[in-house]
Design a protein around this ligand. Structure first.
Ligand SMILES: Cc1ncc(COP(=O)(O)O)c(C=O)c1O
Length: 498
């Protein structure tokens, strides 16, 4: 490369790394986001800025093309930020009551930014000494809050609940099926994974990835509250043992995604113990109830599970992704992967295995995923998590009471947490059959979503098309709920009068 070109390249790089430019852009970003969050709290904007995918994609493409000609960095930066805000999803709007992704505590994002701007990563301790320490301290602390005995358990943090379940179930597979890590799944009797019938799809997906096969997942019957029926589980395990079918694990849910039902973990633990089967609990959504004196009973028995997972990026209200895997017995922490990597793990320092996180995670390089949680916990204390759980669960209970009180609404269950499934029932004068009512509910939800007035989701409950909300914003209040009812009624009228 000619020297001139190299010098020009160096100048461009210098500009990209300029601390002064960084500071000025950073200040402008924070002040813009402060205004944006304020407007959302006043309900001053749309929830979802709905655009068709091709429109958004074309704007995103255009941004990339324009970058070559951009000189004025601050203006260009502000333009890009505006575009991202204008086209993004406003989870911090109190009328976002959709999927199980929170209006995260904004402060957590600042700590996450600290981790990403300074690019703190893990795999081995020496690459991220502070990130590793923060993560270890949080595993200890949250594990103890949940009720595990200090010094006896182990854990890790990974990129999301799906990966967390996969990691824990891989550990279970390696322990239940000896040599499967080195030789694959070879048993003549095909092994099975036994799961809650409403399990999140990632549990079945794990069975596919782990070489068991998705058809080798046995779904246990649910009781009248959609919880795994412990008697049915007992019968299933008895049959499997009789047939000498290897059982990788029982995967319970706390709670299951669909309606937020919490499995009876004490009863399931009794059954698993009796049959000598690995008990796993997917507490991605519900593990955070451990923070609440009022709601912790929902996961009573979780400390008897061999493994369980909890997502801080759901109900501890920190930004994605930050998922915890816990092993009751710390001996199991190195059963997931058995590999040498002399270029990474230092055999002359075997004592580092516990802090070289890559020994326990699927990821090699891993972002400092717990900075946000650590920042919020360190600044506001554990109390904030109890408050967030108690308030969002209470708002959902209020929604349920209101649904019960209105004859044109039907709650399809009593909420155990912050998830509520319900539907709108139009006046009989319209003469809609049950299929048409399902279709109407789907149309209501799509209209509301696209209008930006509310964001809620849909689901299918035993063949009934319904609306589904999760109160993931602690600032959603009674007025928002009342407005939800009015908006649904008005939208239904508009659809039916077409
Ligand atoms: C019960 C349950 N488990 C696992 C997951 C998957 O978590 P993630 O989206 O972080 O991969 C979800 C997501 O909603 C869930 O509800």
């Amino acid at each position: 490369m000619p020297t001139d070109s190299l010098n020009t390249a160096r100048q461009r790089i210098q500009a990209a790394y300029s601390p002064e430019v960084f500071q000025s852009l950073g200040e402008s970003l924070i002040s813009r986001l402060g205004v944006h969050l304020g407007e959302l709290q006043q309900r001053g904007q749309s929830v979802l800025n709905w655009n068709l995918p091709e429109e958004n994609l074309s704007v995103a493409r255009e941004c990339l093309q324009r970058s070559k000609t951009s000189d004025d960095l601050l203006n260009r930066f502000q333009d890009l930020i505006e575009t991202a805000i204008e086209r993004g999803h406003n989870l911090h709007h109190p009328r976002y009551i959709g999927h199980q992704v929170p209006a995260s505590v904004p402060l957590a994002g600042l700590f996450d930014a600290l981790g990403s701007i300074t690019n703190q990563v893990m795999a081995i301790y020496e690459m991220g000494p502070w990130a590793t320490s923060v993560e270890k301290a949080l595993i200890e602390r949250w594990g103890e809050v949940i009720g595990l005995a200090p010094g006896t358990f182990a854990g890790l943090v990974t990129h999301g609940g799906s990966l967390a379940n996969l990691t824990a179930l891989l550990t279970a597979r390696n322990i239940s099926l000896k040599n499967s890590w080195t030789q694959g799944v070879q048993n003549a009797n095909l092994p099975v994974l036994v799961a809650n019938a409403d399990s999140h799809y990632c549990v079945t997906r794990s069975a596919g990835i782990l070489g068991l096969g998705t058809e080798q997942v046995i779904k246990v019957r649910l009781d009248h509250r959609r919880r795994m029926d412990a008697t049915a589980l007992d019968e299933t395990l008895t049959q499997l043992r009789k047939r000498n079918t290897p059982i990788v694990a029982v995967s319970a849910s706390a709670c299951a995604t669909l309606i937020g039902a919490f499995d009876p973990l004490q009863e399931i633990a009794d059954v698993c113990e009796r049959h000598g089967v690995w008990m796993h609990v997917d507490a991605a959504h519900g593990g955070a109830v451990s923070m609440s004196k009022k709601h912790a009973h929902l996961i009573d028995g979780i400390t008897r599970a061999d493994s369980f997972i909890c997502d801080a990026h759901k109900t501890l209200f920190v930004p994605a992704l930050c998922a915890f895997v816990f092993y009751r017995d710390k001996q199991h922490r190195f059963e997931t992967f058995q590999q040498d990597a002399p270029y990474l793990f230092d055999p002359s320092a075997p004592g580092m295995a516990d802090v070289d996180g890559g020994m326990m995670t699927i990821e090699c390089t891993k972002r400092a995923a717990t900075y946000g949680l650590w920042g919020v916990w360190s600044m506001l204390g554990q109390q904030i998590f109890e408050d967030l759980i108690d308030v969002t669960f209470a708002t959902t209970q209020l929604l349920y009471q209101k649904l019960r009180a209105e004859k044109d609404f039907e709650p399809l269950h009593e909420p155990e947490c912050n998830i509520q499934v319900f539907r709108y029932l139009p006046d009989e004068k319209y003469g809609l059959d049950s299929k048409a009512i399902c279709e109407l509910n789907r149309q209501i939800r799509r209209t509301l979503m696209e209008s930006g007035e509310f964001y809620l989701v849909q689901t299918n409950l035993d063949g009934i098309g319904t609306l589904r909300t999760t109160v993931m914003n602690p600032l959603t209040n009674e007025e928002d709920l009342d407005q939800l009812f009015s908006s649904i009624r008005r939208t239904a009228e508009e659809i039916l009068s077409q």
